[in-house]
Design a protein around this ligand. Structure first.
Ligand code: DHB
Ligand code: FE
Length: 279
């Protein structure tokens, strides 16, 4: 029987990749953020996942404004990293878990989520950075990847309610999976940030705290705001919290928070790291 071992959430700011590349983890600017990770390393060593179902958003590498799936599921044997313009080093490729991807796709479509099926997909900083943070010493990634992309870029965006429902449908699919995989669910991006426009640099610790305080025990609270209200509260890029909401749904009905780190700012972002276990 497959087991969902827990969920790992983190911001995916590209500048983190630069800090890792330069070995800046212990500098005053970066230490408060990287201090959130020894606990993540300990936890992963304990729960030993071998598959990661990752909710994140593409930043223009696979999909641009002309073609934008609301929900996209990878079903590839391998996922290569590429840099969409941040000047980051090229990161290790991921092995896919195509059988599990297809199972999730079939179950989602059966459950009336009309996802875009991607037999080819590149991964950008939104996936590579969270893995560099989680497994800093790895020669190759110890988990196979099932990537699920949510459109947080081109309006109209899906509602938080729909993203939570998507995550819950993924949970149902994982419960019905006949493999014996140990599955970690991952949500990346956020928390509050806005990179452009009049409010560039906007962050909102109050809303971030509301999200963090409710994610484990009452994720439906995060669906009370419309997507436009979430843009107001979290910033135009802070809507990446949709990835966290979907991942929370995929973890299962009840969850226990076992670790939290929050630090403002990393680049333009209020950065958070969180671990949840099924309760
Ligand atoms: C930043 C944050 C992001 O989520 C992203 O995708 C790119 C940049 C930032 O804060 O610099
Ligand atoms: Fe982002």
């Amino acid at each position: 029987m497959a087991e969902i071992v827990g969920a790992y959430f983190t911001s995916h700011v590209p500048a983190i990749g630069g800090a890792i590349h330069r070995g800046d983890q212990q500098t005053p600017y970066w230490k408060p953020f990287f201090d959130g990770f020894p606990k993540v390393h300990e936890w992963l060593a304990k729960v030993k996942p071998d598959v990661a179902v990752v909710f994140s958003n593409d930043h223009g590498l696979n999909f641009f404004l002309d073609k934008m799936p609301t929900f996209a599921v990878g079903a590839a044997a391998e996922y290569r990293n590429a840099d969409e313009g941040w000047g980051l080093p090229l990161y290790k490729p991921f092995k896919g878990h195509a059988e599990l991807s297809w199972h999730i796709i079939e179950q989602l479509v059966d459950g009336e989520f009309d996802v875009t099926i991607c037999q080819e997909m590149l991964v950008d900083h939104a996936i590579s950075i969270p893995f560099e943070l989680a497994y800093p010493e790895a020669k190759e990634w110890p988990v196979k990847l099932v990537p699920i992309g949510i459109n947080t870029v081109q309006h109209p965006l899906p509602s938080a309610k729909r993203c939570l429902a998507l995550g819950r449908a993924v949970h149902k699919a994982l419960e019905g999976w006949q493999g014996d995989d140990r599955i970690v669910v991952i949500g990346t991006g956020g928390l509050s940030h806005q990179l452009d426009g009049k409010r560039a640099g906007f962050m909102n610790p109050d809303y971030d705290r509301f999200c963090l305080d409710n994610l484990a025990s009452n994720p439906d609270a995060l669906t009370q705001n419309s997507i436009h209200e979430i843009v107001q509260l979290a910033g135009t890029q802070g809507v990446e919290v949709l990835n966290w909401i979907a991942a929370r749904g995929a973890l299962g009905p009840s969850a226990l928070e076992i670790h939290r780190n929050y630090h403002i700012p990393i680049s333009n972002t209020a950065a958070a790291t969180l671990l949840l276990e099924p309760a």
